[in-house]
Design a protein around this ligand. Structure first.
Ligand SMILES: *Cc1c(COP(=O)(O)O)cnc(C)c1O
Length: 392
């Protein structure tokens, strides 16, 4: 059905499950594991996929479907499935489509658990990955083998905030029928829609900006119908499904995604501008500023720069740890995409298991601090960062 509206804000608010006979305005929570059949013939037809309808919440539920429908409209994709976590989405998007002997080319800077999939879990199943530089399309081309089935990337990358040229990477893949799978967690569909550049699959950790308030875990795989059909078969029969409760929470959160992202970006740009010439900072990166080395790519594929800022402290590793200890109220926690501002020191935490060379290759300097700018007042966020910088 063609919706009578087209803008992101309206879609994210007005896409909702069909009203029940109770005439509720806000969509209720369908906390039920199964659904009752009208008669034996209807049950048969449902199981035969001859008619649409709910059977069992592992693979169909009104709340989960509402979230999927909404995300498909926002990401400009044909179909989707929802999973219990972002990692379940990342894993299912690959496990459903790849088999032993297949090869993946992936950007070197990926989420920590995705890195474990590529380096430990998939190799044991005969699926091997070659890492390449996100920002270097030539390296992607060189890494392609006859058995390469998938390109996998995150842009902007975590925590180095490097960008991948979606158009160039998708064009290269299209010629060779390689599936392009993009983790769009950092940008969200409000800032970037990889499908418009030719991505076949888009994966999300809904735990981050989509919920945006640090409450629930969730994930989504969105993309071309024929690929999602295979992913749906896989998740239906292996069970990493999203709970209806989490789908209800995340779908409600999407109603405010546009206003939240606008404010996240406004705060991040403000913090970047105020810190860019700070004497204790070597280098600061924000994709939304002309000072970013790949700003031209950001302008082509992102609406704004996002909520994430990364800066390298002059004193290195010890300064990084000290900075976190000196913060008065900004959270020190292993998350991002929250209404609360969060600071992390990747070298001593999330990326401490990498060797120094591996960290360098993905742009993690010993004194690198990653800030996920929240929705508090920008002057308050700046003040806490400045007082901590003063004390290191
Ligand atoms: C957090 C995150 C994930 C994993 O999501 P979970 O919901 O924690 O499983 C995947 N990719 C990126 C970029 C993330 O930030």
């Amino acid at each position: 059905m063609k919706e009578p509206y087209k803008h992101f804000e309206t879609i994210s608010i007005r896409t909702q499950a069909e009203r029940s006979q109770n005439r509720e305005h806000s969509v209720p929570l369908y906390l039920t594991s199964s659904f009752v059949f009208d008669d034996a013939e209807q049950a048969r037809a449902l199981f035969a996929d001859e008619i649409p309808g709910n059977i069992y919440s592992r693979f169909s539920n009104p709340n989960t479907q509402e979230l999927i429908d909404k995300m498909c409209l926002l990401e400009h994709t044909e179909d989707g499935i929802a999973t219990a976590t972002g990692m379940a989405a990342v894993f299912s998007s690959m496990a459903a489509l790849l088999k032993s002997g297949d090869h993946i080319v992936a950007s070197r800077s990926v989420f920590g658990s995705t890195h474990q999939l590529f380096t430990k879990i998939f190799p044991a199943w005969g699926i091997h990955t070659t890492y390449v530089g996100l920002g270097n399309p030539g390296e992607w081309k060189e890494a392609i083998r006859p058995n390469t089935k998938m390109f996998y990337l995150e842009t902007p990358s975590n925590p180095g905030l490097e960008l991948g040229d979606l158009e160039a990477i998708c064009e290269m893949a299209r010629q060779l029928h390689i599936i392009v799978n993009v983790d769009n967690c950092f940008a969200t569909p409000y800032l970037q829609t990889p499908a418009d550049f030719g991505a076949d699959l888009v994966v999300h950790s809904a735990t981050k900006f989509l919920d945006g308030q640090g409450r629930v875990l969730g994930g989504l795989v969105l993309g071309k119908k024929e690929l999602i059909q295979q992913v749906r078969y896989f998740t239906r029969h292996t069970g990493p499904s999203m709970s209806p409760f989490n789908a209800w929470v995340i779908s409600k959160s999407l109603e405010t995604l546009a206003v939240r992202m606008d404010r996240h970006c406004e705060n991040a740009l403000f913090i970047y501008e105020r810190l860019k010439n700070h004497q204790k900072i070597n280098k600061i990166l924000y994709p939304g500023s002309p000072g970013h080395p790949q700003y031209a790519i950001a302008l082509r594929q992102m609406k704004k720069g996002g909520a994430m800022i990364a800066f390298d402290l002059k004193g290195g590793y010890e300064s990084g740890k000290k900075f976190l200890n000196c913060l008065q109220w900004i959270s020190h926690t292993a998350n991002l995409g929250d209404s609360r501002t969060i600071a992390t020191h990747p070298a001593s935490t999330t990326h401490s298991k990498l060797t120094e060379e591996e960290r360098q290759a993905v742009g993690i300097m010993p004194g690198l601090i990653r800030i996920s700018c929240g929705l508090e007042h920008k002057e308050d966020i700046l003040e806490d960062i400045l007082q901590a910088l003063n004390r290191i």
